[in-house]
Design a protein around this ligand. Structure first.
Ligand code: DQA
Length: 154
């Protein structure tokens, strides 16, 4: 089993980007944490970052060829991208949406997610730990897929 992690726009700047909001941990460190979690579960992991909506759409569209599930922080595209939402809905791979910050405590435009209705669930406000929680949730649900399907997820 292999999981795809997608980090959206500006997340390559983690560490120096608005540290009061996003913390000081760099993307590489977050990805290393995720690798360790995946390894502990015996699951393969690929982490990618892009600032380009179409590239993320392409990755999602091709994801079923190789991956069993997706962890995605669509970043600003969360609030704008019908294309990313449609790609997730099209491939129907189990996915978990992550936000480092609590998007509901911030500007009102961040409270709306185009992606939320087509993912299994959303984790927001726990900083880098949120990625680990998302990955663990995804792996555990994938491993017990039959039950998860019964719940009508995705
Ligand atoms: C974010 C929240 C988004 O509103 C913002 O545009 C981001 C990061 C988060 O991880 O908290 O770039 O997705």
């Amino acid at each position: 089993m292999e999981v795809l992690v997608i980090h959206g726009p500006n997340l390559q700047l983690l560490g120096m980007r608005e540290p009061d909001v996003y913390g000081r941990e760099k993307l590489d460190a977050i990805n290393a944490r995720l690798k360790a979690v995946a390894e502990a579960y015996g699951v393969g992991l690929e982490c990618r970052q892009s600032n380009h909506e179409g590239e993320i759409v392409d990755w999602i569209g091709r994801s079923p060829e190789r991956f069993s599930g997706i962890v995605i922080n669509p970043a600003a595209y969360t609030h704008t991208s019908v294309a990313i939402r449609d790609a997730l809905a099209a491939v129907r791979l189990p996915a978990v949406e992550v936000h480092l910050s609590n998007v509901h405590k911030r500007e009102p435009f961040r409270a709306h997610s185009y992606v939320a209705p087509v993912v299994w669930g959303t984790i927001s406000g726990f900083g880098p730990l949120g990625y680990e929680l998302a990955l663990i949730a995804l792996i555990r649900l994938l491993k017990g897929k039959e039950n998860a399907k019964d719940e009508g997820a995705n």
